[in-house]
Design a protein around this ligand. Structure first.
Ligand SMILES: Cc1ncc(COP(=O)(O)O)c(C=O)c1O
Length: 412
């Protein structure tokens, strides 16, 4: 029994590695692959250890090398994101948001957020992390044609006592009006959730939230930024950095999952070296995927704005049987994406929303450029519009993927 189960574990992992890594076109906008070097240092002895506290001020002995790596990570983070206080300890993007909520709000305070169909993440909402902190929320006005926050309309809610504005999101095509919102709500603190676009910020191909007026940035470390799964918070404000550090320990994180740190260091170094080229090609690719799908007959959002300025492409597939069916049908062709709520959906429509969200950051990382985006759009069109059997297209996808087995924009 025991042996059977052991073999089962090995078999399932092998299947996952073959299927998702070698045989699928991955268009999940929140994922990425680490570089070979980052993978190599991922399973070090650090995965067994504890290092509560800050480098060289730990609560345990035995941490001298962790101190060295974490100090390096902090220096590299400060350099890459041009900030003064980079903290890599939050173990995920959601926890990073919670650390900021715990630092800058009290239960009962009100935050301004985006509704989930407008692109807000569950961690910004009362059903998620904001609710866990006991916060109230005020949904920011959103222009679904422009797919952006309506800063003008936000002026009208100025009188509401807002403790923190949360910008950034999960459905995120265009830079948010950070500057304008800072002007409207001058002394209200702004948290910018960069989880999706961190790699584009690092590559200077998206807005730079700190320079535009955000007080603090919270993020994941594994979407357009191709690091190990985890989180981070950074700011230029010393007081906020101390409040966040206090929220982290003793508040929310004891062991900050040290095995992430060497891989994070490698990713930061590689993004300093290759980030601009990577981010640039990512945005070129998303624009090309969007325009190709549009020309082939899909309702891609925001044609009048060039479709996208991020890694994401958003398609309204109500005419094509809706987000659930489209995403499931594409999976049968080994094209992996997710169904997504769009601004005109209700929160309750999560099972069958209007849209799909496509992200090109992982394909880009394997060396795909504009011509490959056109090819992928064609494969999607054949399955969803022309009604070809997904299983037939799957064979082509497997063959196509064989050409893209290497990771680019990194040291080899
Ligand atoms: C905008 C945003 N913030 C936070 C998160 C949560 O990140 P994590 O999964 O690292 O907790 C996500 C996840 O996709 C996200 O899209």
């Amino acid at each position: 029994m025991c042996k059977q189960q052991l073999l089962k574990v090995l078999e399932v992992v092998e299947k996952q590695d073959t299927w998702r890594k070698k045989e699928c076109i991955n268009l999940i906008a929140s994922e990425n692959i680490m570089s070979p070097l980052a993978i190599e240092v991922f399973s070090s002895d650090m995965m067994h250890r504890y290092a509560e506290g800050l480098p060289y001020k730990r609560h345990y002995q035995g941490t001298k090398y962790v101190d060295e790596i974490e100090t390096l990570v902090i220096d590299l983070g400060n350099k890459l994101f041009r900030c003064k206080h980079y903290d890599p300890r939050p173990i995920s993007g959601m926890i990073a948001n919670l650390c900021v909520f715990a630092a800058l709000t009290e239960p009962g305070d009100k935050i301004a957020n985006l509704k989930i169909p407008d692109g807000g993440h569950i961690s910004h909402s009362i059903v998620g992390t904001a609710g866990v902190r006991g916060l109230k929320t005020l949904n920011m006005p959103f222009d679904s044609k422009e797919m952006n926050i309506d800063a003008e309309k936000l002026k009208k809610v100025k009188k509401e006592k807002i403790k923190l504005v949360v910008l950034g999101g999960s459905l995120f095509l265009f830079p948010h009006p950070v500057k304008e919102i800072k002007e409207v709500l001058d002394d209200t603190k702004i948290l910018y959730d960069a989880a999706h676009v961190l790699g584009l910020i690092a590559g200077k191909r998206f807005q730079d939230p700190l320079r535009e007026g955000a007080d603090v940035v919270a993020s994941s470390s594994h979407k357009t930024f191709p690091g190990p799964q985890g989180g981070m918070v950074y700011t230029d404000n010393e007081k906020i950095s101390k409040q966040v550090a206090q929220a982290i320990l003793p508040g929310l994180i004891s062991n900050h999952h040290l095995f992430r740190l060497p891989s994070l260091a490698i990713t930061l170094i590689e993004m300093l070296e290759f980030g601009e080229k990577y981010a640039d090609q990512t945005v070129k690719n998303s624009k090309k995927l969007a325009s190709s799908l549009y020309e082939m007959g899909f309702k891609v959002l925001c044609e009048h704005k060039g479709f996208t300025e991020s890694h994401q492409v958003v398609v309204d597939v109500r005419e094509n049987e809706g987000g659930k069916t489209v995403a499931e049908t594409l999976e049968r062709a080994n094209i992996i994406c997710n169904k997504n709520l769009l601004p005109w959906d209700n929160n309750e429509d999560t099972d069958d929303p209007s849209g799909i969200r496509l992200g090109v950051q992982e394909c880009t990382r394997t060396g795909m450029n504009e011509s490959e985006m056109e090819h992928i759009a064609n494969l999607i069109t054949r399955v969803i519009i022309k009604g070809e059997k997904p299983e037939k297209v799957r064979e082509e996808v497997i063959q196509f993927k064989k050409e893209y087995s290497k990771t680019k924009y990194c040291f080899t």
